[in-house]
Ligand binder design. Sequence first.
Ligand SMILES: Cc1cc2nc3c(=O)[nH]c(=O)nc-3n(C[C@H](O)[C@H](O)[C@H](O)COP(=O)(O)O)c2cc1C
Length: 297
Amino acid sequence: MGYTRISDANEITQEYIDSILVEARYIDSVIADTTVSFFGKHYAMPVMTPAFSHLGAYNGREKTGLEEYSLAAKECGILNFCGMMENDMFQKIIDTGADTVRIVKPYADHGKILDQMQFAEAAGAVAIGMDIDHIFGEKGADIVVGEEMAPQTSEMLQSYVELTKLPFVVKGVLSVTDALKCAKIGAKAIIVSHHHGRIPYAVPPLMVLPEIKEALGDSDVQIIVDCGIASGVDVFKALALGADAAAVGRSMLPSLEKDGTEGAAGFLRSVGNELRYMMSCCGFAAVTDIDDSVLYI
Ligand SMILES: Cc1cc2nc3c(=O)[nH]c(=O)nc-3n(C[C@H](O)[C@H](O)[C@H](O)COP(=O)(O)O)c2cc1C
């Protein structure tokens, strides 16, 4: 029988998440509180929306999927994210009233980076950031929807931190090396992610997370994780391994596509409810209490 190689990081990540088991601790446990603080603001749960882009209007509805899930984030009282888009689309997201983190692309056009960051700050973004894992393509720099990307140095990232009064978020950290650079340049949060499998054999974010957490020590960099997060148990495992929050991804799309804001809100609430259930069953009253002593890896 031939051996089939599995290089797809999404599949590897899913298998890793599913291989982690959890013990229960019922005695003396209470109904858990899922509230958290991020960037000095309070949110209902450590579950976040993904930094998505390019979602049109589904099923003939008026608003784009991006606006619909942003409204869902507001309804659920959670931190919202968005990705590659022009400023007019970002304004529409801000108009939903959701507290939103604007993730700007690593464009080769440096002026465009600065323009989008400055626009986001003026429009009322809660934080701004960049997905540093979307720079390279197989032929050199990647071209994303006709726009060329470019390598980003520590100095460039530091200049973005200094450009804005807002917290700066680096998305696409998948090593201790990059995490330490993010701390050094003054980033306030990182998203540990392989951007739904941009490199083959990418280490699952939850696997590298404990090393990153330890390396960051008592720095004030908050850690968000994404990739393959589809349930409250997945979020619970991420928190136990050192994350401060987790973002759902493509797992949200079927509910969003089918029922718009209500669908996405229902999905996000069910993730939060399952997280509360897991915390309660494992004896963690608050999000900051959760640790890896209940995990079997
Ligand atoms: C339709 C779509 C658009 C996306 N656009 C962006 C983007 O513009 N910027 C970004 O940082 N990530 C983007 N992502 C990646 C997500 O933010 C996230 O990292 C990824 O989907 C997580 O993996 P998962 O879907 O397996 O959970 C996009 C993902 C999808 C599916």
